[in-house]
Design a protein around this ligand. Structure first.
Ligand code: 5RP
Length: 220
């Protein structure tokens, strides 16, 4: 199986976590796209979906899946999304697609975060993948200086504007010994909207596809 087939296998395995009659939170990216395509086959069983990006909303709507505003949702049993890196404690780096802020918001409402990915996303320590940080444009230089002081090398994602009208700094070379502490520290820099560490609220379930099948892990 190639990498895209592995992503699809992980995504389809997540369908069994969808709860009948309830709302599903939907992530962003190529793996999440496979999940959306799978969700279309059981769309009559769910109340609707909340999208974490305009791109996912468009794909959901294209399948005729009812889109809900997060503000109208009180209960969301599950949020399904991919990751750029995931460590043994199920902390993640996300935001390769630039949707980290809405992903974090939708995930915060969900009772369970199901991470779907292929085995290339597994790491022992987070940080080889550059950490995305969404910034208010006027704060970009200030935030970049603070990220440099933390030991990283921030680079502006050229020509990219988030769904929220902001910019992304991709931070290379960070040493991430304590993902929970670093997530909180970066979020406290004035001008940061959110950062791509998902450690304070990591995944609850990991569905990781490899050539020999889809491995299931629960957060311990
Ligand atoms: C988007 C994300 C994605 O989940 C992450 O980039 C993984 O993408 P893909 O499924 O295409 O490998 O965080 O903001």
């Amino acid at each position: 199986m190639d990498q895209d087939e592995l992503k699809r296998a992980a995504a389809l395995a997540a369908l069994e976590f969808v709860v009948d009659g309830e709302v599903v939170g939907v992530g962003t990216g190529s793996t999440a796209n496979h999940f959306i395509d799978g969700l279309a086959t059981i769309k009559q069983r769910i109340r609707g979906a909340v999208a974490s990006s305009e791109a996912s909303a468009t794909r959901l709507a294209g399948h005729g899946i009812r889109l809900l505003d997060l503000n109208d949702v009180e209960r969301m049993p599950v949020y399904v999304d991919g990751a750029d890196e995931i460590d043994p404690g199920l902390s993640m780096i996300k935001g390769g697609g630039g949707a980290l802020t809405r992903e974090k918001i939708v995930a915060a409402v969900a009772e369970r975060f199901v991470c779907i990915c292929d085995a290339s996303k597994r790491v022992r320590h987070l940080g080889k993948y550059p950490l995305p940080v969404e910034v208010i444009p006027m704060a970009r230089a200030h935030v970049a200086r603070r990220l440099s002081a933390l030991g990283g090398e921030p680079r502006l994602r050229e020509g990219f504007v988030t769904d929220n009208g902001n910019q992304i700094l991709d931070v290379h070379g960070l040493t991430i010994d304590d993902p929970v502490a670093l997530e909180a520290e970066i979020d406290h820099v004035a001008g940061v909207v959110s950062n791509g560490l998902f450690a304070i609220r990591g995944a609850d379930v990991l569905l990781m596809a490899a050539a020999d099948g889809v491995e299931r892990r629960l957060r311990s």
